[in-house]
Design a protein. Structure first.
Length: 248
């Protein structure tokens, strides 16, 4: 768990500092459109769309942009995106999962494969590393929303599987099937979460040295900067010194 949180926090800080808003908004809009197309365009009735809208709000995406992305799904215009999961191994043999939404499968596969190769890793077949992760629901709240005990009690009552509380906030984990109901129950008690999404959570983490850690973070940057890539997950853990260096 520590490695997952550590990696997430590094990427969160780096993303805030480095990402161009236009590219970030484009990725968020793409996810909103796809989520609305796959279900109903009403966030209240579509858990994935609800999660996408929450993510957009957290990044201060204008309401007009959000509404435009939803309307794009209702009409016949616009691109059709394929949802693809790529898997592989990065430097140090760590597992990497890449989730993408693309309108060109060949381009996306070629680009992502080249990133793995240039980093000293290799892209594998679907299923080659995902067995080392659990596909679960994650709901996050700021630490000030509730005490650790109160959040744990509320999460258990809502049907969650696990809660991790710390200075950075509360992370509530649920099964895929129970995700929407857990999120709704907690929102009724504590308001809108800062994040609510299905993620790939590593079952165990691998500690890597600083040299390997820097190579891995370069690979993460390459992947995250690609227009088609929505999310990247991995199972490595780096030193506090390197985390401080990369974080700021």
């Amino acid at each position: 768990m520590a490695g997952h949180s550590q990696f997430k926090n590094i990427m969160h800080r780096k993303g805030r500092q480095d990402a161009q808003k236009s590219k970030l908004f484009s990725k968020l809009a793409r996810e909103i459109t796809v989520a609305a197309k796959l279900g109903t365009p009403d966030p209240a009735m579509n858990a994935r769309l609800r999660s996408a809208v929450i993510a957009a709000r957290q990044e201060n995406m204008p309401r007009d942009n959000i509404e435009r992305a939803i309307k794009k799904a209702i009409g016949t215009e616009g691109e059709n995106y394929d949802e693809i999961r790529y898997e592989g191994y990065g430097p140090g043999g760590v597992a990497v999962i890449v989730q993408a939404l693309t309108d060109n499968r060949n381009r996306a596969a070629s680009d992502i494969r080249s990133f793995f190769t240039k980093s000293g890793g290799n892209m594998g077949e679907t299923g080659s590393v995902s067995f080392m992760f659990d596909h679960v629901g994650l709901i996050e709240y700021d630490a000030g929303k509730a005490s650790a005990d109160d959040m744990l009690e509320a999460a258990i009552e809502a049907g969650a599987d696990d809660v991790v509380s710390g200075e950075d906030g509360h992370e509530i984990y649920s099964s895929q099937d129970g995700f929407h109901e857990v999120a709704k129950a907690l929102e009724a008690k504590y308001g809108e979460a800062r994040k609510a999404a299905l993620i790939w959570k590593p079952q165990n983490t691998i500690a890597v040295d600083d040299e390997t850690g820097e190579k891995l973070m370069k690979l993460m940057d390459l992947l995250n900067d690609h227009d088609d890539v929505q999310h990247v997950y991995s199972n490595f853990e780096i030193s506090e010194a390197l985390m401080a260096k990369l974080g700021g």
